[in-house]
Design a protein around this ligand. Structure first.
Ligand code: HEM
Length: 419
């Protein structure tokens, strides 16, 4: 049923819907024509929505017991863990939830990179996604400071000090951010305030992200434009809802594995030591999901240069839709790009690894090589490969490869020869 055809059944529903067409919106969402070949990499959008809601709900409960004061914060977190009913569970869901959120978002981003979901006409969906990602990193960083452990304090000190690299006004900006002359109680207070705010900004951006998605509709593994609705699509409900629900269940089992069996494995033990401005930890490391950027930051000997390069690593993604010159969307039909895609994945994983290591010797060399390659991928490889690559023939409709056994390039070639 299309939006226009939707007619509420009862008089009361019609009265309401004429004034606020929420029922029309509901019908649009359930009937939304979705490509029928979406694979499990497409379930992560729904999983991310679940993660965001989980973080908001558990966060609100934690905030009822947490005290944002430099003298009391650490103790209030221990109070949550020991005295609040199921406080340990809520805290572990929230802290591991951040990691699961990033795991899901990285899969979601790399899915977009592989299938060319960022390309026209989905540039705005992509850019909104990147804004969400930036806010997610900011929210995670701010949240990590709240328990006021050693890593909280020193992580905050390192990151806020980055701003002091800005010429002339850097020192003043850093002092302004702190609200004091070092990371201190005013810093903790404003970090808490912003940490509470950001998830709601993310929520607003997610609404826009999904709205923008519903204009062109989903991309799909074959990456071709499809008519909606047509033999290439299925209604969102029940076909996609059931698949998303199954993937979410598997995701929740893994999530529960972390929460119940290894709740601290992704964290740093130093954060169970109360913040001490007089004792610097041997290695200050961020959470795993920020490590590739940390490696890029430290790969440059100059502080300002490192900061610029780290921010550029994210901002280059904003212009990605215009750097990719290929006419073909999906890497399934791009034999050369496909290889470079996997090299990029390995490069980012390697940067993550060296980000956790001391910035010296072989680790520093690897960080530099990895950083140079990261930028080369986007600035040089992507535009050049797009122009020179001989792509495999792309099928006319997604039903062809689906009906005949999968989006296989060799199969598509045969099918195209027949057409
Ligand atoms: C809170 C975080 C996010 C949520 C809740 C979210 C949600 C969704 C949902 C529900 C979809 C449709 C289903 C799917 O394709 O998986 C989607 C699609 C998409 N997302 Fe996200 N997303 C988030 C973050 C991001 C980020 C960080 C990026 C990229 C930087 C991104 C890029 C995209 C793109 C390009 C699509 C279109 C894929 C297609 O057309 O099939 N998203 N997102």
């Amino acid at each position: 049923m299309s939006d226009q055809e939707y007619i509420p059944k009862s008089k009361a529903a019609k009265w309401f819907n004429d004034r606020l067409p929420l029922l029309t919106l509901g019908a649009h969402l359930t009937d939304y024509p979705t490509p029928k070949n979406l694979n499990y990499w497409w379930t992560f959008g729904g999983i991310l929505t679940f993660c965001l809601i989980t973080q908001i709900v558990t966060g609100i409960v934690l905030a009822m017991h947490y005290v944002a004061h430099a003298d009391l914060a650490f103790g209030s977190v221990e109070h949550i863990m020991r005295n609040v009913n199921y406080g340990w569970l809520i805290r572990y869901i929230h802290s591991n939830g951040a990691s699961m959120f990033f795991l899901a978002v990285y899969i979601h981003i790399f899915r977009s990179l592989f299938y060319g979901s960022y390309k026209s006409p989905r540039e705005i969906i992509w850019i909104l996604g990147l804004m969400i990602y930036l806010l997610m990193m900011a929210a995670a960083f701010l949240g990590y400071v709240l328990p006021w452990g050693q890593m909280s304090f020193w992580g905050a000190t390192v990151i806020t000090n980055l701003f002091s690299a800005i010429p002339l006004v850097g020192e003043s900006i850093t002092t302004w951010l702190w609200g004091a002359y070092s990371v201190d109680n005013p810093t903790l207070n404003r970090f808490f305030s912003l940490h509470y705010l950001f998830p709601f900004l993310i929520l607003g951006l997610v609404v826009l992200h999904i709205w923008a998605l519903h204009i062109p509709g989903n991309n799909n593994p074959v990456g071709i434009d499809i008519k909606k609705p047509s033999k290439d699509t299925v209604p969102f409900h029940p076909y996609i809802t059931i698949k998303d629900a199954f993937a979410l269940l598997v995701f929740m089992i893994i999530f529960a594995g972390f929460v119940f069996f290894t709740p601290n494995v992704l964290g740093h033990s130093d954060n169970y030591i109360p913040a001490n401005p007089l004792v610097t930890p041997a290695h200050i490391v961020p959470e795993w999901y920020l490590l590739p950027f940390y490696a890029i930051l430290r790969s440059v000997p100059d502080k300002l240069g490192g900061v610029i390069l780290m921010f550029s690593a994210i901002f280059i993604l904003f212009v990605l839709p215009w750097l990719d010159t290929s006419k073909v969307r999906s890497a399934v039909f791009r034999p050369i790009y496909r290889q470079f895609f996997w090299i990029l994945v390995i490069d980012v994983l390697m940067l993550g690894y060296v980000g956790a290591m001391p910035a010296e010797g072989v680790y520093l060399v690897l960080a530099r090589v990895g950083t140079i390659y990261y930028f080369l991928h986007f600035i040089l490889i992507l535009p050049v490969v797009g122009l020179l690559e001989k792509t495999d023939p792309v099928p006319m409709s997604i039903s062809e490869p689906v009906m005949t056994g999968g989006a296989e390039p060799s199969l598509a070639r045969k099918l195209n020869e027949k057409v």
